[in-house]
Design a binder for this molecule. Structure first.
Ligand code: FPP
Length: 286
């Protein structure tokens, strides 16, 4: 890790700084944001471009959302970059996605490191081409001691795969006598998932208007707030992200309780409404 001042902070416009200030004042930023990045193909199709052009432009969105998350002090960002099902795509597209992933990691790792971002991966990483595995391993090792944003890339990942893998690991530990079946609680089960060290996502964003979970973080999203936008991933930049965060900030997360149990401070919630209005005005002005 390197303690030089963040280059990212220097690039920000005054309007952006103002938006981020208002978002912070809402005092309800999610700790963990997960994103299903969808719509790259449609973005390219609308421009008569090959699908890979959509993925390439999608990387620019990844860059912007990672930066904005780090600047806002969000703790965890998890991106669904390649699902188990994505292996079924045409070979040329799979190869292009792998090359883009390798390119992104190589090109960004130093800047991510300078900005205290820690890179993490979930999924069947061993299924990725060796070159990608090597670059990924290096990026994870280089940023392992960073204490800022934890950027988790879901690669060859599916929620059901992870649940089955956790079950197998638990069964092995039972067979070895390390665990007894009575020890298996929700907490213990969650600790065997590949997300075991991450908090559960507070907000799950899906771009391109689809209303599906697509086998992402199935166990972990039990209480997660969902946000869907028509915007295609290559067009999803920080302004759209801020709108999602402001929407989340307004919501009441009850975790099964009643509204009255939670409403300890009505004034705080009106103040949040006021800030949200201010924020919407700022967004429109940009
Ligand atoms: C879904 O769009 C997107 C993907 C399957 C891949 C997402 C990958 C990137 C944004 C680039 C690489 C990622 C990182 C983290 C460097 P789609 O192709 O299904 O779009 P469509 O539904 O419009 O066809």
């Amino acid at each position: 890790m390197n303690d030089t001042p963040s280059q990212w902070l220097r690039e920000r416009t005054p309007e952006d700084i103002e938006c981020q200030q208002v978002l912070r004042q809402l005092n309800r930023l999610p700790r963990h944001v997960a994103i299903i990045m969808d719509g790259n193909g449609r973005w390219a199709h609308a421009r008569n471009l090959p699908r890979v052009a959509g993925h390439r432009e999608g990387i620019e969105s990844v860059r912007d959302i990672v930066k904005a998350s780090a600047e806002l002090g969000i703790g965890y960002l998890t991106l669904y970059a390649f699902s188990t099902e994505n292996w079924r795509r045409p070979e040329a597209e799979v190869n292009a996605l792998m090359r883009l992933l390798e390119y992104y990691l190589k090109a960004e790792v130093d800047e991510l490191d300078r900005n205290n971002v820690r890179i993490n991966a979930i999924g069947k990483v061993m299924a990725l081409p060796k070159r990608v595995q090597r670059v990924l391993k290096r990026a994870i090792e280089q940023t392992a001691n960073n204490t800022g944003l934890v950027l988790t890339l879901a690669l060859s990942y599916s929620g059901r795969w992870d649940i089955l893998r956790a079950l197998q690991l638990i069964a092995l530990d039972v067979r070895r006598g390390k665990l007894s079946p009575e020890d298996i609680s929700e907490e213990l089960f969650a600790s065997y998932l590949s997300t075991g060290l991450l908090p559960e996502p507070d907000l799950l964003i899906r771009t391109s208007g689809e209303l599906r979970i697509s086998n992402f973080l199935l166990w972990e999203i039990a209480y997660t707030e969902l946000y869907s936008t028509e915007t295609l991933w290559p067009d999803f930049r920080r302004k759209e992200y801020y709108a999602a965060l402001a929407d989340y900030a307004r919501r009441e997360r009850r975790f099964g309780m009643t509204s009255d149990q939670l409403h300890d401070n009505q004034r705080a919630s009106s103040y949040r409404d006021y800030l949200k209005e201010l924020f919407d005005t700022l967004i429109q002005r940009r």
